[in-house]
Design a protein around this ligand. Structure first.
Ligand code: TTP
Ligand code: MN
Ligand code: MN
Ligand code: MN
Length: 368
């Protein structure tokens, strides 16, 4: 048992917000497998199991080199028995039977295809699956009632399942900035989501809009949306107004991880870029791109940027850490200290990390 006396190969902190997770790492063959199991668990509405696999994958992303032997993982957090078994199988045989059979299964493939339709969540996809629907095309001539989002999602299925490039995200940024400046000069837009974390492609483009003069941002979204729509740039949009102030349960305890900013889930009609590739000319000259717009009051901006930069697991662990370790409550609007019974102000992400007693993690290292 000499092995047991050796010091652990790696040390990794418990919460994703306590460690650096770069975009590129050395264990993608393992993390892809675990993330597929996480996705499949989510399709089965087993959130606990899904998060467990996601956490296990995330720990492997922080390791400085590729794992060769299961023994190297001794002492690492968040690696449950099931995840370890899958990792071991892949290290020994090159693949996991469970992962491969899940990948091939009719249910996984159908759920993947159906939840890939904008506006379709796991519950709807699962109901359709039980009614015999397998692919988006099955919905075209079926009796199934589709809401407006789902109709748009089906109509633009191919485009919306083609990755958005950084160049396309930047082109959208130019348009959003034009719209925002036209209706409220001096307003500021910030690219958030995966692109802020340094991703080279994404499933959508996320923007946060604010104005340095508190209050000027009120009612901004409908004006921006109207400007974009008038220019013929929107294929779909659903605007939700700010529900922060009028809610009864107070700012410290939002009902879920959903925030209450004025927001717009949209589909942009993006004209193809100047160097239009030939395959575009054959079909159409534009591409449907999912864009999320969020408006934040200036006083909440730092919390909003932090909350909208992700990754989802990083956000989840930030909030869990705040609650479990610091007895504080963090969301995209504020930080509440339950012990002192007061809100803690911050004007930058650095300040929020510091208030939480955390080392600052730059956006590019939040790819947990
Ligand atoms: P996403 O756009 O879903 O994810 P992403 O940008 O990290 O990755 P992708 O490339 O696939 O687009 O969400 C971005 C962030 O926004 C994420 O950290 C969670 C946050 N968010 C909220 O805070 N509230 C919400 O209601 C939603 C939908 C997202
Ligand atoms: Mn995104
Ligand atoms: Mn996403
Ligand atoms: Mn988004």
């Amino acid at each position: 048992d000499k092995l047991r006396l050796d010091p652990p190969e790696f040390t990794v902190k418990n919460y994703a917000c306590q460690r650096r997770t770069p975009l590129k790492h050395n264990n993608t063959h393992l993390t892809h497998a675990l993330e597929l199991l996480a996705e499949s668990a989510a399709f089965g509405e087993n959130e606990g199991r899904s998060v467990a696999f996601t956490r296990a994958a995330s720990v492997l992303k922080t390791l400085p080199r590729s794992v060769q032997r299961i023994e190297e993982l001794r002492g690492l957090p968040c690696l449950g028995e099931h995840s370890l078994r899958v990792i071991k199988e892949i290290l020994e045989y090159g693949a996991s039977q469970e992962v491969e059979s899940t990948r091939q299964s009719e249910q996984y493939q159908a759920m993947k295809a159906l939840t890939g339709i904008f506006g379709v969540g796991v519950k709807t996809a699962d109901r359709w699956y039980r009614e015999g629907v397998r692919r988006p095309s099955d919905l075209m001539d079926s009796e199934q009632k589709l809401n407006q989002a789902q109709q748009a999602g089906l109509q633009h299925y191919k485009d919306l399942n083609t990755c958005v490039s950084k160049a396309e995200a930047d082109a959208i940024g130019v348009i959003v900035d034009q719209a925002v400046q036209a209706v409220l000069p001096g307003a500021q837009i910030t690219l958030t989501g995966g692109f802020r974390r340094g991703k080279e492609s994404g499933h959508d483009v996320d923007f946060l809009i604010t104005h340095p003069e508190e209050g000027k941002e009120e009612g901004l979204m409908p004006k921006v949306v109207n400007w974009l729509d008038t220019q013929g740039l929107l294929l779909y949009q659903k605007t939700t107004r700010n529900s922060y102030l009028e809610s009864k349960d107070g700012p410290a305890r939002p009902p879920s991880n959903m925030d209450r900013f004025e927001r717009c889930f949209s589909i942009f009609k993006l004209e193809s870029q100047s160097c239009s590739p030939p395959e575009r000319e054959k079909s159409h000259q534009w591409k449907a791109v999912r864009v999320d717009l969020v408006v934040s009051p200036f006083s909440q901006f730092a919390f909003a940027v932090l909350g909208w930069t992700g990754s989802k697991l990083f956000e989840r662990d930030l909030r869990r850490y705040a609650g479990q370790v610091k007895n504080m409550s963090l969301n995209s609007h504020s930080l509440f200290d339950s012990h002192q019974r007061c809100f803690l102000r911050a004007t930058s992400e650095e300040e929020i990390f510091s208030l939480l007693g955390l080392e600052y993690i730059p956006a590019c290292d939040r790819n947990a």
